[in-house]
Ligand binder design. Structure first.
Ligand code: DX5
Ligand code: ZN
Length: 218
């Protein structure tokens, strides 16, 4: 499988989201990456359900929703209604992760689990078979535009080995500080999905930047 590109709406112009939708629809992007922050799990608040429903009306690609919130179980049905195709919860926010994953799947969504930079891969050993996507945070979650943490390469390799060992079909997604500086190496280490916010929306030609990430030619 060739790797997938997921531009993050967090770096788009919130007062003018329609052009961002058209850009993603017309580009080689595979997913919309949608970051939900509650001001409790992370020290920032982004946007919530009404905005996601509004974007969904114009979106022609998979909705990859990344919940950086406490008690995600409370909102699983709501995010399904708002249009999520993949719903990712944080390992650190879930006391009963197995139950949460089953609840996401019961709603007909793919289940993702995100790991903060300090959370080791081996903690997924007894759950990896049930997960559709693992989101490795390559920055501390909460803000776009931060610097990529280099230890991520080793985590991608360790996760890839675990997935192979356990015969899991989980995709490996990298989130935070992704750019032309690290994309090729990440894919080489085993990454399947690259999230990119500021690198895409902060560039002069976001469509071309997405193509560059897809082709890994810079
Ligand atoms: C950070 C978010 C990311 C963010 C990435 O907490 O989860 O998805 O949008 O932004 P960049 O690519 O600018 O690091
Ligand atoms: Zn994210």
């Amino acid at each position: 499988m060739t790797h997938l590109i997921a531009p993050s709406i967090l770096s788009a112009d919130f007062a003018n989201l329609l052009p961002a939708c058209e850009l993603i629809n017309n580009s080689q992007a595979d997913y919309y990456h949608i970051d939900v922050m509650d001001g409790v799990f992370v020290p920032n608040i982004s946007f919530g359900l009404p905005i996601i429903s509004a974007i969904k009306k114009h979106a022609k690609k998979t909705f990859d929703v990344h919940l950086m919130i406490v008690e995600p179980d409370k909102y699983i049905k709501d995010f399904k209604s708002a249009g999520a195709d993949i719903l990712t919860v944080h390992y650190e926010a879930c006391t009963h992760l197995h139950r949460t994953i089953q609840a996401i799947k019961a709603e007909g969504m793919k289940a993702g689990v995100a790991l903060n930079p300090h959370t080791p891969i081996h903690l997924l050993e007894d759950i990896i078979q049930d997960i559709d996507l693992v989101c490795l945070m390559s920055v501390n979650p909460g803000f776009g535009g931060q610097s990529f943490i280099e230890n991520t390469y080793d985590k991608v390799k360790a996760l890839k080995a675990l997935i192979t060992k356990k015969n899991s079909s989980a995709l490996i997604e990298i989130d935070g500080g992704v750019s032309n500086q690290n994309a090729a190496k990440l894919v080489e280490c085993g990454a399947d999905v690259l999230v990119a916010g500021s690198y895409v929306f902060g560039s002069d030609n976001p469509e071309k930047t997405i193509k560059g990430l897809k082709d890994l030619k810079f």
